[in-house]
Design a protein around this ligand. Structure first.
Ligand SMILES: Cc1ncc(C[n+]2csc(CCOP(=O)(O)OP(=O)(O)O)c2C)c(N)n1
Ligand SMILES: [Mg+2]
Length: 333
């Protein structure tokens, strides 16, 4: 468990170096796993449509580190990072991407339909915005059965413009549900920037607060900021105060879905700026300043690279589902 203590006025909270190191390990694994998946994708080896999370790792890990195993998480079309941050199994995730029997949806869902009850990852769902009403139902169950746990829903800035979001925040506000909605504002919905989609004066904080929910914004490129603000939100929710929206401003490094760098529509977040503000690079420098040796970091990194290679090799060697299971777990009864 991360230690948070009051330090000084300028930097009002401090996380222990050990906590930051564990966060770095998780963020690095997510990054390296996706880089390897991206390379395989370009060779047509991946049997699933994939949206890469590269660049946004501090959000998933900062939020996941603020909750426990019993707390629930749901994600969207870009959820590899969310699942792994929740303690997910990379081998099963890659099996899903390859359509293998041992995958998170028995190989029938692909990248955008991951479910793993063992870590309370309730599921990812790519219909934009649908994660919020589904998560609201999960949070309702927690409140109804007087559980102490909370539910976290991840979605993007584009999805946050869907009408169902506002109905749901209203309901969650009315019932004071333990629902944390994390908006990963990476400035784009596919290639449409915010200014082409929102009227002048559009104010997320005012909208959210108007429905009785707490609103906090965080620098999604800074693990520390996300961790501290998500921690505040979770403490607020556990007291039964009702829903919260944590809006994390971040950058996705790659194009919307393909693992390529398409800079044609990017004005504010040019590649140079994205790489400069990269959360993993930033956390690494912070750890070096805190006295963690280059040798220690390099050994963590090579261990994660080795584990990603091992997980991918495991998934390639794993069996496909048997033909007779074609219709099982496909239709709800
Ligand atoms: C209801 C619905 N409309 C359109 C799509 C197609 N679609 C998939 S992802 C996406 C963009 C989502 O943008 P955002 O919510 O900001 O998330 P990001 O991709 O930036 O992480 C769109 C339009 C969809 N999946 N669902
Ligand atoms: Mg977006």
């Amino acid at each position: 468990m991360a230690i948070i203590s009051r330090k000084n006025k300028r930097q009002d909270v401090a996380l222990s170096t050990g906590a930051l190191l564990r966060a770095y390990e998780k963020m690095f694994l997510i990054r390296v796993a996706e880089e390897k998946i991206a390379a395989l994708y370009l060779k047509n080896k991946i049997m699933s449509f994939v949206h890469f999370y590269i660049g946004q790792e501090a959000v998933a890990v900062g939020v996941a580190d603020s909750i426990g195993l019993k707390d629930k998480m749901l994600g969207n079309h870009r959820s590899h990072g969310h699942y792994l941050a929740k303690g997910g199994d990379l081998k099963r995730m890659v099996c899903e991407l390859l359509g293998k029997e041992g995958g998170l949806a028995k190989g029938k869902g692909g990248s955008m339909h991951m479910v793993d009850r063992s870590v309370n990852f309730v599921g990812s769902t790519p219909i934009l915005g649908s994660v919020v009403p589904l998560s609201c139902g999960v949070a309702f169950e927690q409140k109804y059965n007087k559980r102490k746990s909370v539910t976290v829903a991840f979605l993007g800035d584009g999805a946050f413009e869907e009408g169902v979001i506002y109905e749901t925040i209203n309901l969650a506000g009315l019932f004071k549900l333990p629902l944390l909605i994390v908006v990963e504002n990476n400035l784009y919905s596919v290639n449409s920037p915010l200014k082409d989609r929102r009227a002048e004066g559009h104010n997320v904080a005012k909208i959210v607060r108007g429905f009785g929910a707490k609103y906090i914004k965080a620098d999604g490129k800074n693990y520390r900021d996300v961790r501290v603000k998500a921690g505040k939100m979770v403490a607020y929710l556990r007291k039964g105060n009702g829903p919260g929206v944590l809006e994390c401003f971040t950058h996705r490094h790659m194009a919307h879905s393909a693992p390529i760098f398409d800079e044609s529509s990017r004005k504010e977040d040019v590649l140079e700026k994205r790489l400069q503000q990269d959360s993993i690079k930033r956390l690494r420098s912070e750890l070096r300043r805190a006295g963690v040796s280059e040798k220690k970091l390099a050994s963590i990194e090579s261990e994660k690279i080795r584990y990603a290679d091992e997980s991918i090799a495991f998934a390639f060697a794993a069996p496909y589902p048997k033909p007779e299971t074609l219709y099982t777990n496909v239709f709800a009864r």
